[in-house]
Write a protein that binds this ligand. Structure first.
Ligand code: GRF
Length: 203
């Protein structure tokens, strides 16, 4: 089987991207990250990619008059790198249905909650405000239903009485890094399929 080409989309810090690049450098990533695209020119994650010798580009959403125009430009940039897998790793734009369906079944996202609980933003703060005992992260296929696509993997953390937002976010992030790399590997090994809106995982 050919090595899966992976394009990673980011908006900021890029620590999840960093975890994938570290796996790639360590020889434990089943695919090859060939391109990183940011919608923000100043995203610190771009430097991580450059330092790892991975091609980068910026498609700045503020330069486009409409979401549709931004997404057309983004799709052109993605398609140029001919990925088998697109990873949204802290990519902070909601994507429209035509864009999402173009990459159906080969675009995944990491979200910092145990979906379907806590879709949307500020998940750690909301978990703490609710007094929830359990939190975590989810890697899922991207569909037009924001944060609602078929779930590939989740990672759990217990919420302690002494947790604050920053500490909880850091503990979840460490789990994100592990779970995202594992999900990417499952995809690249051809072990994931979607049936009836659910992910099936081959042994
Ligand atoms: C992560 O918590 C991710 O789950 C969320 O945005 C954050 C991005 O962090 N979607 P980073 O840029 O990967 O460090």
């Amino acid at each position: 089987m050919a090595i899966e080409r992976i394009t990673v989309l980011i908006s900021g810090r890029g620590s999840n991207l960093g975890a994938l690049l570290a796996a790639q450098a360590g020889g434990t990533l089943a695919g090859a990250i060939t391109h990183v695209i940011s919608n923000r020119p100043a995203a610190p994650g771009l430097a991580l990619a450059r330092d790892a010798g991975v091609a980068t580009s910026v498609v700045d959403h503020t330069a486009f008059a409409s979401r549709e125009a931004f997404e057309r430009a983004l799709a052109m940039e993605i398609d140029r790198s001919e990925p088998g897998l697109i990873v949204l790793a802290g990519f902070m734009r909601v994507l429209g249905a035509p864009f999402v369906s173009r990459y159906s079944g080969r675009m995944i996202n990491i979200h910092p909650s145990l979906l379907p609980a806590y879709a949307g933003l500020h998940t750690h703060r909301r978990v703490l405000a609710d007094g929830a005992r359990e939190h975590g992260c989810t890697v899922h296929f991207v569909t037009a239903d924001v944060d609602g696509g078929p779930i590939i993997l989740q990672g759990r953390v217990d919420v302690g009485a002494g947790d604050d937002e920053a500490g909880l976010a850091a503990r979840v992030l460490a789990v994100e890094h592990r779970v995202l790399a594992e999900a990417v590997n499952l995809f690249c090994e051809g072990r994931l399929s979607i049936a009836g809106g659910r992910v099936e995982r081959a042994p």
